[in-house]
Structures are given as C-alpha cells and as structure tokens.
Design a protein around this ligand. Structure first.
Ligand code: DGJ
Length: 731
C-alpha cells in the first residue's frame, strides 16, 4: 500500500493518511528542504507551485545579491539558524569558535514500513502493517553535523509524527542550544491559536487568541509539562467549531520543559515550532554522539475540533498506551486521600475498604502517609519502608485483608522526591538537586532527587520493586508534588549542567520503563499535584493519570472538557468526593458527581461509611452503571455537545465504534424558573438510523436527534445531572 512516496523527478515527498496529505520538496541546487503543503488529502502530487519557487527572488543559487529574500520567506521544513532566515530557527548551536549558525541541507533519505522507537523516550508505535516512515538526512557540511528528520504516517489515523536526531561527526564537541522537534510554515489565513492553561486545581482551561505579528507561545520551564501551560497548540480557523472548520493540532510526547510557539511574519505566514524549551538547555555532543529530540504528533482536521479529538484519542489508545490495561476494564477504585489525609491507621483503612466492597468497589488505593516518618508533608519522602506505627502488622497483612474482601490493593509513591528530614537525605544529601552554597528552594518542604544518577534510579527501583514484590499490589499511583528549580547536579561537570532538565526526564522514563516492564500487570496511574504532568509522555507508561486535585463536579466539567481535547477518556482519573467539596466548598448532587467522575477512570475519594443510606444506594447504582457503560465510555467515539466555559451546561456523548449505542451525559448548571425545556443536539449519529431511548422507549431518527435535538428534562435546583442511553434499532 504505502503512505509515503518520493517523486524523483519533482524531488517531492508526499505523505498520506486517511484524510490528509503532507508534502515536502527539495529546492534549488543547494537542496533546501521546503514545506509545500499540509491539509486535506490531495491526489495530485505535483503541487510544487505552492512553494512559489518561481517568484524571481526565490532562487537562491541565482540570487546572491539578495539571498535573504529567499531565506527569510521560504517555507523551511526544518529552519536553520543565523544565516538569513530571521524567523524562529528549529536548531541552534555553540560551536568550537562560539558560532551559533546551522544550515541543514538535504543529503539523502529512506522510506520504510513500520516505525522505529525513540531511544530512551516514549513515542507512538506502529507495526509494518500500520504505518510507514520517512527519514530525511540533512547535513551542515561546515559543522560536520547531520540532522535526521523522522516522519511517520499512520494508515488508520490522520496523524503524522515527527522527531529529530542530531549527530556530530566532527572531532570537536558542539553544544546544542536548541533542537525543536517540529517546525511548520503555512499561510496565516484566519487562524486563531487554541492553547490550554491553568494552575493547581484548575488545569487545562481553554484559551483562544488572535495571532498577532511576532511570536506568541506557551511553555514550561518547571521541569514538568506543568499545570500552567500545556505542550499542545492548535490552529483553528475562524469558523471552526466542534464538528466543522479547519484545525491543525500539535502535541508533544514529552513530560519536561517545552515551548510551543506560533510566529506571524512580515509576509503573513506562520511558523509553528514545538520542542524542548531552549531556556536552561545546552547539550554537549561529542564526536559520533547523537541527540534525540522527543516526538511531536501532528494532525489536521477539516471537520472541526471533534475530529482532531477523536483522531488523538484513537492514536493514543491504539498506538501509545502499552499497558495491558489499555484494553482492560479499569477497576473502580476508592482512594483514602480526601477521606483521611495523613491521619489513618490500618483499622481506618480496613473499615473504608469494607464499606467500599459492600457497594461494589474493585480496588482500595492507599495514598500518601503509609511509609517512613510521614504524619504530614514535611518528612519521610525517600524512605519507602512501611510505617508500622500507622499500619500495625505491616503492609502485607493489610493487603491480604483487603484482598479477602474480593478487592485489589493499590499504593501511592512519590519516587522522585526527597525530604530533608528522611534517612535517605541523611545518608545521601548529594542525591538532591540543589545549587552548592545556595539555600534550596523548597516546595511542600521537599527537594527533588537527581534522577540523572544511575545510583538514584537503582535505589528507587530496588525500593519500589521490593514493595511491589512483598505483597499483592495491583496498582501504583506515581505522584510528583513540586516543580523543579535550582538546576544543578552534583554528578555532572560544569559544561553539562545544561543537560540536567532533559536528563532528569530521561532518568524518570528509564525508571518507569524498568518498573513497567517488570510489573506489566500493575496499573500505573500518573499524578503531579493533580494534573501537573498530564501528558503523552507519561501516558506511554501510565494508562491513566489523576486529572486534577479539584474533585468539585462543576469545576471538573471544565477541566475535563479541556483535557478531552487531547486525551482518551480512559486516561482521565476522576473521583466522586464529599460535599461541601474540599477545594471549593460547593455542594452538588451525588448523581452529578457520579456523572462527571464516570467520564473518566472512575473512582471514589471519601469515607463511604459516612454517607446517608440514600447516597450509598446511589453509589452502588453508579458503580453498576459504570460496569455496564464502561466499555462504551472508554472505547467509544467522544463528542463534546456543549461548552461549560460559555454555556449553562456541559454535555458530552460516547458513540459506539459500530454506532450501535450512544450514551449522553451532562450537567445543567443553573435552573431558571418559568423556562421552556431545551433540546440538546447530538452528533456523530447515522441520520437515517433509528435510536431508542432505553429508559423511556421513545424512538428517534439520527437526523432528528442531530438537527432537532433531544428534549432535556425540566431541571430543579443547580448542577442537575442528565443522562440518556440510546440504542440503534437494526431491524
Ligand atoms: C497530590 C495528589 O494529587 C493527591 O491526590 C494526593 O495523592 C496528594 N498529592 C498526596 O500527597
């Protein structure tokens, strides 16, 4: 079949996915690599005219008087630095003379079936039957440096991935000061920039902005992908909505510092770049060494944000998540954090487990506080031995007890951290990241372990694997409760300190790789003070990630709306908690908390014994519902039906892959008196098919549901839950 072709005469590469095409050309005798086209699928490969090389000044080898006319306007596929293209470069260096210039020009290429892995990094994967890869080698002869661009086109999803490897062939080391993973030049047209921003307990809110001249960006220099900004940017045409309009989505498969930037230039074209943030980055590359930049996922949709979302959900479910849990039903869990915080002993945990088992919960997760000297957040991190004052009889006994209830057992760790008040710190103060002679910046009283050091990784591996081997533990919550600062590693020479932020992430990935390989059946859930490291890099190891420390149902509709733009619903850790809510003080009905938590990896975070009998019945019913609809929620096609940022409701639906059923869920925020009932337009149905409401027996055509809408119930009170289940009638 083949998704990638090289047209020799035209010197054009064409990459195809089911609905999109991407074209690259080699230009002029000097062999500049130019971007020709990315958009809806085209059949005619001969579109080199789009590069406008015919315009007089744009023939560099014939125009030495004004080379910058070419260099500063040409759509470069991977722009070099410092030799006449004044827009953002994709790569820059400090060479032996202190020069920063790089100019990568085409040398050779190859095309092959399948997709190579990225050494030490998470990345999407696909077999030889599922995708094809193009490698284009660019070279800077002056530096004796090669830059290899990797493109993979998938046959089943509209995704092209990109990554970059830089190799130094010269005798002298060269310092990389910037290596972005992607660059894309396109005409400005009418795009707005869609990004996700937030804070602790307010992650992934939506922001649209006009694209002005100059540079606009989101990024993180916190050492993690962060609560604040997200390694994602989309260009969205002016008329675009959920199911119509043009959208380009760019997403980084990485968990550390990043920059996603859009630049509008003097000729009204845009340059999008995405990669590791150049701030605090400097990488020494000795002779024959290669630096691998992480992967970027690119998708184009001419059917709105909805198609972008469903493409990314499909990609991540099929080609990124590796754990066997990607196809397994996720256990409904109860986590003790909001029920007890640090104040628990084995009896309290046992009684929480018992009442949860009675209502049908599958797993108990013991959160922070079970180890070392840990009665609050100022001590103990690093000492991963059970605290027998709190858990008398040890961990094994508690695990066995919980399992005797027919439940599984899960455990919290925060592996990357160290408390100064810990045995670990007392024996290895140099394992902490901190700047010599400078008082360390503490956050939640804690410091970070230097994950670049092999002995630190080995210590954590021994400790965590030892605990996992000591008892039947089926789940690990991998937390990280502070951003990184004070970048200094006692193990790196001065010339390599600029490597620490990326090496930290590589160390984290190496440890996760070892543990997930040894314990493939353990369900790993990522976490970082809620959703501070909710990214595709972590998703590769952890099929679910705690979405936010905000468990308020209303706030969650917004956080989950933003998160759903990119991430499959099965990835979104989501729990029912008590009211008044611990983060906002808001009171919402139990049914509403259930509906919002069900649109994720479902669980509870409260002491179920303390609920009223009526609420207990509701909880049991919710668990039953989740067991029934879970496969549809986690495996179906996701549609956003209303926008909690701009409307009085949040509605979403899951349509079965074979279109046989639809689950509609949502919350109406405020009830107004004396109002007519509203209709909700559904999406993604077959217009001619008939669908039956499984509760009322009412039958509708898909067309009526999509154009006329489904009549919503009269609401009473605020934050009213709504749920419909419809089945397609095949007869
Ligand atoms: C932050 C997490 O997001 C919470 O769920 C909880 O695990 C705490 N850390 C424990 O310290």
């Amino acid at each position: 079949m083949g998704a990638i072709h090289y047209y020799e005469k035209e010197r054009v590469f064409k990459l195809d996915t089911p609905h999109t095409s991407y074209l690259i050309g080699i230009v002029d005798e000097e062999k500049f690599l130019g971007h020709i086209y990315y958009g809806a699928k085209i059949t005619d490969y001969d579109v080199r005219a789009l590069m406008r090389t015919g315009e007089a000044p744009f023939v560099p080898s014939q125009n030495n008087r004004d080379r910058s006319s070419f260099l500063d306007a040409f759509p470069m596929e991977y722009p070099g630095h410092g030799v006449g293209d004044y827009r953002e470069s994709a790569i820059s260096v400090a060479d032996k003379n202190g020069n920063t210039a790089v100019q990568p020009l085409y040398r050779e290429h190859k095309i092959y079936a399948g997709k190579p892995g990225l050494p030490g990094l998470p990345a999407t994967f696909g077999s030889e039957e599922e995708c094809e890869t193009l490698e284009i080698v660019l070279a800077d002869e002056v530096l004796d440096l090669t830059v290899t661009l990797y493109y993979t086109a998938f046959y089943d999803v509209d995704v092209i991935t990109r990554s970059v490897r830089v190799t130094n062939h010269a005798k002298e080391p060269v310092y990389l000061t910037k290596v972005f993973s992607t660059a894309l030049d396109l005409d400005a047209e009418d795009y707005r920039m869609l990004t996700l921003h937030g804070s602790w307990a307010r992650e992934r809110q939506i922001e649209y902005r006009q694209i002005g001249y100059g540079k606009q960006s989101v990024g993180s220099c916190r050492g993690e992908s962060s609560h604040q900004e997200h390694p994602f940017v989309a260009l969205v045409s002016a008329n675009a909505g959920q199911e119509q309009g043009r959208v380009y989505g760019f997403h980084f498969v990485y968990s550390g510092n990043f920059l996603a930037q859009v630049e509008k230039n003097q000729f009204d074209s845009l340059r999008v770049v995405l990669g590791i943030h150049p701030q605090d980055f400097r990488w020494e590359l000795k002779q024959d060494e290669t630096f691998t930049a992480p992967e970027v996922v690119m998708t184009y949709s001419d059917a709105g944000l909805g198609r972008m979302t469903r493409t990314l959900h499909d990609l991540y479910r099929k080609h990124l998540i590796r754990s066997p849990y990607k196809d397994r039903e996720r256990p409904v869990l109860i986590n003790n954090w909001e029920a007890t915080y640090f104040d628990f002993n084995e009896e309290k945990i046992w009684s929480i487990a018992k009442s949860a088992a009675e209502l049908g919960v599958d797993m108990l997760v013991l959160d922070d506080g079970w180890f070392g000297k840990r009665d609050g957040d100022c001590s103990g991190l690093g000492d991963w031995d059970v605290n027998e004052t709190k858990l008398r009889g040890g961990l094994g006994k508690l695990v066995d007890q919980v399992r005797s209830l027919g439940m599984q057992f899960g455990l919290w760790f925060e592996p990357e951290m160290i408390s100064e008040d810990s045995d670990l710190y007392r024996s290895h103060p140099d394992w902490a990241i901190r700047i010599p002679d400078r008082a360390p910046m503490r956050s939640r009283y804690q410091l970070l372990l230097d994950m670049t050091r092999q002995e630190v990784q080995d210590y954590l591996y021994e400790k965590i694997s030892g605990v996992l081997r000591s008892a039947a533990i089926s789940y690990v919550k991998w937390d990280m409760n502070r951003s990184i600062s004070d970048w200094y590693s006692a193990a790196l020479p001065a010339a390599q300190q600029g490597e620490l932020p990326h090496r930290y992430v590589l160390g984290l990935y190496a440890l996760l790789e070892r543990l997930t390989a040894e314990f493939p059946d353990v369900l790993f859930e990522g976490c970082s003070g809620g959703g501070g490291r909710f990214d595709a890099g972590m998703l590769y190891y952890c099929p679910q990630i705690w979405c936010s420390d905000d468990t308020d149902a209303y706030e969650r509709t917004r956080i989950q709306y933003g998160t759903s733009m990119i991430y499959p619903i099965s990835a979104v850790g989501s729990h029912v908690s008590v009211v008044p809510n611990h983060q906002t003080g808001r009171i919402t009905p139990m049914e509403t908390r259930g509906i919002t938590a069900m649109a994720g990896s479902f669980g509870f975070e409260l002491d179920l014994q303390k609920l009223s009998e009526e609420d207990k019945k509701t909880v049991a019913a919710q668990i039953k519902q989740f067991k029934e609809y879970g496969p549809l929620i986690h495996g179906g096609k996701y549609y956003r039906l209303s926008d909690p940022f701009t409307e009085n409701s949040a509605f979403w639906s899951f349509v079965a892959q074979d279109d046989s059923e639809v689950l509609v869920q949502g919350v109406v925020f405020r009830t107004a008196p004396n109002m007519r009932r509203k209709a909700l337009r559904l999406a993604g149905l077959c217009p001619e098919s008939r669908y039956q409401d499984t509760a009322s027996g009412e039958i509708y055509t898909g067309a009526a549901l999509m154009h006329g809408g489904l009549l919503l119930p009269q609401t009473w009170g605020d934050y009213c839950p709504v749920m419909f289940h419809l089945k397609k009638i095949f007869a």
